[in-house]
Ligand binder design. Structure first.
Ligand code: DAT
Ligand code: MG
Length: 140
């Protein structure tokens, strides 16, 4: 499998509870390398742009409010099959369905406040990485 890069976001519910280090340990233990990372406080408009694909979903407004409710940590993770591996480490969207040991099973509070975002495919990974990072900011 090829080396890939994927976009990860540690969401406001997790930064608020000081879980950045514990979540990063899960990524690193799974063999993912954090090759870029920064802390930001998104505006609701920026969150809305990032999650534009969900604009028609009933939870869109709530999702954008939440993503702008506190700091996030945006990161680029790199590794063999990084996109799928990150989704595996994250666990299912709803923490009630997430496998034991995953980030969402251990830390997420609800389906809406679920601690992490991860790109779902090669094309979205590319777009989402460039939403947050320039090439110079990614150091593999
Ligand atoms: P994922 O984050 O696992 O890729 P997604 O892309 O389907 O999940 O949805 C994006 C985010 O939207 C998700 O992390 C939390 C929120 N969300 C999804 N389904 C929801 C629901 N039924 N109620 C409230 N928020 C939801
Ligand atoms: Mg998604």
């Amino acid at each position: 499998m090829a080396t890939e890069r994927t976009l990860s976001i540690i969401k406001p519910d997790a930064t608020k509870r000081n879980l950045t280090g514990k979540i990063n340990a899960k990524f690193e233990d799974a063999g993912l390398r954090i090759v870029a990372q920064k802390r930001l406080h998104l505006t609701k408009a920026q969150a809305g742009k990032f999650y534009e694909v969900h604009a028609e979903r009933p939870f869109y407004d709530e999702l954008c409010e939440f993503m702008a409710s506190g700091p996030v940590v945006a990161q680029v993770l790199e590794g063999e099959g990084a996109i799928a591996k990150n989704r595996e480490v994250m666990g299912a969207t709803n923490p009630a369905d997430a496998a034991a040991g995953t980030i969402r099973a251990e830390f997420a509070e609800s389906v809406g406040e679920n601690s992490v975002h991860g790109s779902d495919a090669a094309e979205t990974a590319k777009e989402e990485i460039s939403f947050f990072f320039s090439g110079l900011e990614i150091v593999g």
